[in-house]
Design a protein. Structure first.
Length: 319
């Protein structure tokens, strides 16, 4: 029996070795860190491949590494409401998944130190949040900059989902609105010209986009906000709000064509369209404190529009 058990172990070990694949990749500029390990997107055999590491890594932009692991094909869900990994992979524009078991440096980075430093900025900001907010750093960072540094425990995400506040853990146009309002206010306080204020605004927006990542909702908000400011205060022209929304949709589809298949695209554009078209009519028909009525009407419109999208996405409704 001992001999048979040893033979089975040797056979299984040999099969695992020979089934593993070895790939050499260049460490990308943008990296996602999670509490389960690092995630990177690279091209392997002209296919966009996401590498899943089983722990944290210390590589820098431009390092060439050897990764040993295996490719995994997605499997269709077997039950209604089950997470569809194949659809998620398609929405992300990922062609294949590679799980890394072993990895090491093949060649050190030859990139300029400035580029290496810029690539580390998101993680450096996360480390600063960890230093300043000892216990809730992951939630605070995610609420401000999104989930590129994703260290929130799954139980916390489940709790936020259960109470209907999962949107707080996703970057959206709200962050861009706050940034825009703050920069415009400071521009007026320091009596800056509109051109100079707009220059600083776009610079900070691009920096935020670099930290949080390019997302359809963020890009929509930036395009609509900047076009509105330029037309109102520079060109002195007024266009209906739906015009800005349509223009943003065309630009987002041109820059991120794959995003049209993502739920986030439809959440962002349809809810914004609903707010722009239905809010004025509702507010005119109701009487009461404007701030309270505005909040109630906006929430009602957003939830009503989100229900069919949520049902199509997950086959169940989360209040």
């Amino acid at each position: 029996m001992a001999f048979l058990g040893g033979l089975i172990f040797v056979v299984c070990f040999s099969v695992s070795i020979f089934c593993d694949s070895s790939v050499i990749v260049s460490w990308p500029f943008l990296v996602k860190h999670t509490n389960k390990g690092t995630r990177i997107d690279v091209l392997i055999h002209n296919k966009k491949t996401r590498l899943f590491f089983n722990g944290p890594t210390s590589y820098v932009y431009g390092d060439k590494i050897t990764a040993i692991g295996y490719f995994k094909t997605c499997q269709k869900p077997t039950n209604p409401g089950q997470f569809d990994f194949c659809k998620w992979q398609q929405y992300q524009g990922i062609d294949s998944i590679f799980f890394v078991n072993q990895h090491n440096v093949f060649q050190s980075s030859q990139q300029p130190k400035v580029m290496i430093f810029l690539a580390r900025i998101p993680h450096l900001i996360f480390q600063r949040c960890r230093y300043l907010f000892n216990h809730h750093y992951a939630i605070i960072y995610t609420m401000i900059f999104g989930n590129r540094e994703d260290y929130i425990d799954r139980r916390i995400k489940t709790t936020f989902t259960g109470i209907g506040l999962i949107h707080l853990l996703v970057v959206s146009g709200a962050q861009i609105g706050l940034i825009t309002g703050m920069i415009v206010f400071l521009g007026r306080v320091f009596k800056l010209s509109f051109s100079l204020t707009l220059f600083f605004l776009i610079l900070i927006q691009l920096f935020y986009l670099f930290i949080a990542g390019i997302d359809a909702s963020i890009l929509r908000s930036i395009i609509m906000t900047d076009c509105l400011l330029i037309n109102r205060f520079e060109r002195l022209k007024r266009y209906p709000y739906w015009w800005y929304l349509m223009f943003a949709a065309v630009v987002v589809c041109a820059i991120l064509p794959a995003s049209i298949w993502s739920p986030g695209f439809w959440y962002s554009f349809l809810i914004t369209f609903g707010l722009l078209s239905l809010m004025p009519s509702l507010m005119n028909q109701l009487q009461g404190p404007p701030l309270i009525l505005g909040y109630i009407c906006a929430s009602f419109i957003a939830v009503t529009i989100a229900i069919p999208i949520q049902l199509l996405q997950s086959s169940y409704f989360q209040p």
